[in-house]
Design a protein around this ligand. Structure first.
Ligand SMILES: Cc1cc2nc3c(=O)[nH]c(=O)nc-3n(C[C@H](O)[C@H](O)[C@H](O)COP(=O)(O)OP(=O)(O)OC[C@H]3O[C@@H](n4cnc5c(N)ncnc54)[C@H](O)[C@@H]3O)c2cc1C
Length: 447
């Protein structure tokens, strides 16, 4: 692969000696593109092995990022990176589970992590990403990685067994040489863009609009920290309590509906909330604290998760619809796996292909599993079954286990999940459970 958009590399031999030849001392083991959850986790773990790691983050942290609800599967990773207590102390909200409710509030189901069918932490966190990502990046620095904020990775080119990487910051461009690139550039998909290997996955293109609010109604007890998802016929809302007083509120709906409505983001979010009685009730006294922002939720996958001298992790590899809050966990998991893989390749270069294959196979299997569950979520049959769950035979617990991010391989939970998915597939034809009637997110056009 040869990726350099301009085809020209600036003359800035900061990593070469005065003869212009790269030397072993100035060749970094890895450059990590992006300091989000994927990049910061990868840098932290790789630096701990003694490797020389440079993380380049184009923004200056703390910076806002959407994606505030974590899964219990995140917790062991946070413990391993030594940041769990800092995240708790930063005022993150304890999350015991999630609740999914129909727009009229008539049908609902709650998932509690403590009921999972395999060992799983009983709680996790809802976080303000500005604070959370900053803690992760500072931890990478403490672990021994060099962190450069305000530094864009502009381009890279593969030469024999190393990369020449061009960085850009306020003082201009410099060139670095490294053995490995770990791409944690998120939805900027640094490597895939240069390599033109991005493949859009979703047929139905969705977008989301969101803001932070104060004084949103919350339940009491364990439920007060839960994520609440409110379902409409063509979309859903999220309510995520991100601090003692503040709640992240967003709506996800088809891009075609947004275009048809012609509404501006504030008006669109307001109208959507008014039309969903469960949302209107919870938002009755709410006061908006931030601008309404919009972003696309288009799912994609990039061509190669790994290749000669590179690994991609998190959104830089693939973006999944955020319905099950899998993004940060998949990013951290991918970052951790990328670091372990690079460390092994550095130790035993002859086995590089085998290590890379193993990493991609494992991560792609997890991605496939969630892509499948997400596809089901948007089926009306699944909504009927999910919102009016049958408790018999542990069916509800099994679904709850998988949507909590756990991947039990035992036959019991797997079989139960398949039963629920089969019932969901048959539901539209056979009407096996009472139908849940949902309104459209936005008002129909007036003729
Ligand atoms: C509407 C919406 C709601 C979501 N809700 C949730 C949720 O509730 N829970 C959840 O877990 N996930 C959620 N997600 C997904 C989650 O936000 C992402 O999956 C997660 O942030 C991915 O982490 P990452 O490290 O891969 O990428 P990011 O967090 O995006 O980090 C990438 C970093 O790379 C930097 N960067 C990019 N290009 C370059 C470059 N060339 N040079 C230097 N730096 C660069 C960026 O500045 C950025 O800081 C949501 C996503 C959306 C769109």
């Amino acid at each position: 692969m040869d990726i350099c958009p301009s085809g020209l590399l600036p003359e800035a031999p900061s990593s070469t000696n005065n003869t212009g030849v790269s030397t072993a001392e100035n060749v970094l083991d890895a450059i990590v593109v992006g300091g989000g959850p994927a990049g910061a986790t990868a840098a932290n773990k790789l630096a701990r092995t003694g490797a020389s790691v440079l993380v380049c983050e184009k923004a200056t942290f703390p910076r806002f990022h959407v994606g505030e609800s974590l899964l219990p599967t995140n917790v062991p990773l946070l413990q391993e990176l030594g940041v769990e207590e800092e995240i708790r102390a930063a005022g993150s909200v304890t999350k015991h589970g999630a609740e999914v409710i129909s727009a009229d509030g008539e049908a609902r189901t709650a998932i509690y992590f403590r009921q999972a069918m395999c060992p799983l932490p009983e709680t996790t966190f809802q976080v303000e990403r500005a604070t959370f990502d900053n803690i992760l990046l500072r931890a990478a620095d403490k672990a021994g990685a060099e962190v450069r904020e305000g530094t864009l990775v502009k381009s890279c080119v593969r030469e024999k067994d190393h990369w020449k990487v061009v960085l850009e910051d306020d003082s201009g461009t410099t060139e670095k040489i490294c053995k490995w690139i770990i791409d944690g550039s998120g939805r900027d998909t640094f490597l895939a863009n240069q390599n033109r290997s991005k493949e859009m996955l979703a047929q139905h293109k969705r977008v989301s609009f969101f803001a932070h609010f104060d004084h949103v109604w919350r339940a009491e007890g364990d439920a007060q920290g839960n994520t609440v998802l409110v379902r409409t016929a063509d979309g859903w809302f999220w309510l995520i309590p991100v601090s003692a007083t503040r709640t992240s509120v967003g709506v996800v709906l088809p891009a075609s509906e947004v275009r048809r409505s012609g509404l501006r983001p504030e008006a669109l979010l307001e109208q959507a909330i008014e039309r969903a009685p469960e949302m209107a009730r919870r938002m009755q006294s709410a006061v908006r604290a931030t601008e309404v922002q919009g972003t696309s939720d288009f799912s994609y996958r990039t061509g190669d998760m790994t290749g000669p001298g590179f690994i991609t992790a998190g959104d830089a590899y693939s973006f999944l619809d955020p319905i099950f809050s899998t993004g940060v966990w998949l990013a951290m998991r991918g970052g951790a796996g990328a670091a372990e893989t690079v460390a092994k390749c550095l130790r035993r270069p002859a086995r590089t292909d085998r290590y890379l294959r193993r990493f991609s196979k494992r991560e792609e299997r997890v991605q496939r599993h969630f892509r499948r569950l997400i596809q089901y979520f948007y089926d009306p049959g699944f909504t009927d079954v999910f919102l009016r769950p049958v408790n018999a035979f542990g069916l509800r617990r099994a679904v709850g286990t998988y949507v909590s991010g756990a991947l039990p391989q035992r036959l019991g939970p797997r079989l139960r999940l398949e039963i629920v998915l089969t019932v969901a597939r048959l539901q539209p034809r056979l009407g096996l459970v009472p139908r849940v009637i949902l309104p459209q997110t936005l008002a129909p056009s007036t003729p």
